[in-house]
Each structure stands twice: as C-alpha cells, then as structure tokens.
Write a protein that binds this ligand. Structure first.
Ligand code: SF4
Length: 260
C-alpha cells in the first residue's frame, strides 16, 4: 500500500470514529404497526416523495461531467476510503439544504443491496438510510427474508435529501451516480433490489413505469436487478405488499442458487 493510500485509509478511520456508525434496528414482521385506515390516509413518507408512476430519466449533470475527482473513486480500495474521497460533497444543489449526507450502510461485500431514491427527513437528521417509518418496514422485509440489515447494504440514488421530499432533479441524480456506481463496485452484490420508481428508472435508464418494471429481472451491468415497490408506497398501499413479498421471495430463491 502506498503512503498516499495509507494516509487516505487513516483519514477514513478517523472520519468514521468522529461520525460514528450507530445501528438501531427494528424487529418483528413486516406488517406496518399502524391501523390500515391510518396507513392509507398517511401523507407520503418522508423518504419517498415520488409517486410510483410517471417517467423519470436521469442525465449526467454538468457538475459531474467536469469533476476531476471522480476518476479517483474507481481506485478506492474500501468503503471507508470511498467515503473520504466523496467528502462533504457539494457537487449538486442538494448539499445546501442537508443536515447529513446519507452515504449508506451495511455489509461490504454483500450478496444483496437495496437502492432507494433518497433520504427523507429522519434519514437527513440521523445520517442513516431508511430509518423512518418506511425504513422500519424495509427492516421487517429484510428480516422476513431471513436476513438482517447488517448482512445487506442499503443506499439511495441521491445521498442528500431533496427539499420537501420532491423527486431528485436529473442533474442531481447525474451528479450523485458516480459514487453509487463506486459503492456497487465495492459491494459486489449478486442482486440489487431497487426500491420504487426513481431508483428503478435511474439504474435501468428507462422511463418505463414501475408497474411494468416491478418483479421483472433486469441487469445493472453484470449484476442482476429486481425492481420492487418502495416501502413508503407500501405504507400508503398495503394491498401491494403481497406483490412486493413475491418479489423478495424471488430474490431469496436467486440467492439460494449456487454461485460460480
Ligand atoms: S446529492 Fe450527491 S451529488 Fe448532490 S451534494 Fe449530495 S452527495 Fe453530492
């Protein structure tokens, strides 16, 4: 390891000591613990501003295209170093309104990776992905698969909260995608589960509706990808949980298959 890289890794460790990696996980089945009427009447959860239908096609933002630091991401040897390289990012306007940059958390490498849309209010406050009501549901979904949050990796397409939980703008997504790609390279997942419309349409570079993409095996590079509904959408539309569970069962089957 070169001196430069050793310094970088040391800086990464210091960063993590300062910022911490607290983990608090909910348990139980993945039925929401709110009455059905309340779940249906609930406003959109903070970590999924996007409705599930409609086009969303990202484009590489001009900031990303001109950023010379992006080249170094490909050489990051581990997630801690990648986090340091990404820094207190201001590559898009979402940096202005954030409390925390929500980088993602979990196992590296991991067979299974979940990719949502972006942080919501609680995630922005705590600096961790999927910790609000939708996050509790995602935790239950993961546990229903016989896994734990510690055994998968959870991230979002954009790392900073869009104001008012709006959809991230194409330029914001384009600016943030390089670090998601670098994360996927380090995690080496066998399967990516994209959560919701924005994540699926971004990763697959399509404007196809989530109702068409959901439950259909796709590929992100050489990684298999299965789009399913966002947990926040499932809180609003609990009748869709059955389909989401079918998706997760297909993922479990795929992960049980021998891996070469
Ligand atoms: S959303 Fe991504 S690109 Fe934009 S400021 Fe946050 S980390 Fe940087």
């Amino acid at each position: 390891m070169s001196d430069e890289l050793r310094e970088l890794v040391g800086a990464a460790r210091t960063f993590l000591q300062v910022h911490g990696r607290g983990r608090h996980f909910a348990t139980g089945d993945w039925e929401p613990k709110v009455p059905r009427e309340r779940a249906e009447a609930a406003p959109p959860a903070p970590d999924a501003g996007a409705p599930e239908e409609g086009p969303f096609v990202h484009a590489a933002g001009p900031v990303a295209a001109e950023d010379p630091s992006l080249a170094s991401l490909a050489s990051a040897p581990d997630m801690e170093t990648l986090r340091v390289l990404w820094g207190e990012c201001a590559r898009c306007p979402l940096s202005a309104g954030r409390n925390h940059l929500v980088f993602g958390e979990g196992a590296v490498p991991a067979d299974l990776m979940f990719v949502g849309e972006g942080p919501g209010e609680q995630e922005d406050l705590q600096g961790r992905p999927f910790v609000g009501r939708a996050g509790e549901l995602l935790t239950k979904m993961i546990e229903a698969m016989g896994l734990t949050r510690e055994r998968v990796f959870i991230a979002n397409v954009v790392k900073c909260r869009p104001p008012g939980n709006r959809d991230p703008e194409p330029g914001e997504v384009g600016a943030c995608l390089p670090v998601l790609r670098a994360q996927i390279r380090l995690i080496r997942p066998r399967v990516i589960v994209s959560l919701g419309r924005v994540s699926a349409q971004t990763l697959l570079e399509t404007s196809a509706p989530i109702s068409r993409l959901r439950g259909q095996w796709q590929r992100f590079g050489d990684v298999e990808l299965l789009p399913t509904f966002h947990p926040a959408y499932l809180l609003r539309s609990p009748e869709k949980k059955k389909e989401a569970w079918q998706d997760l069962q297909r993922v479990m089957e795929r992960l049980r298959e021998p891996h070469g």
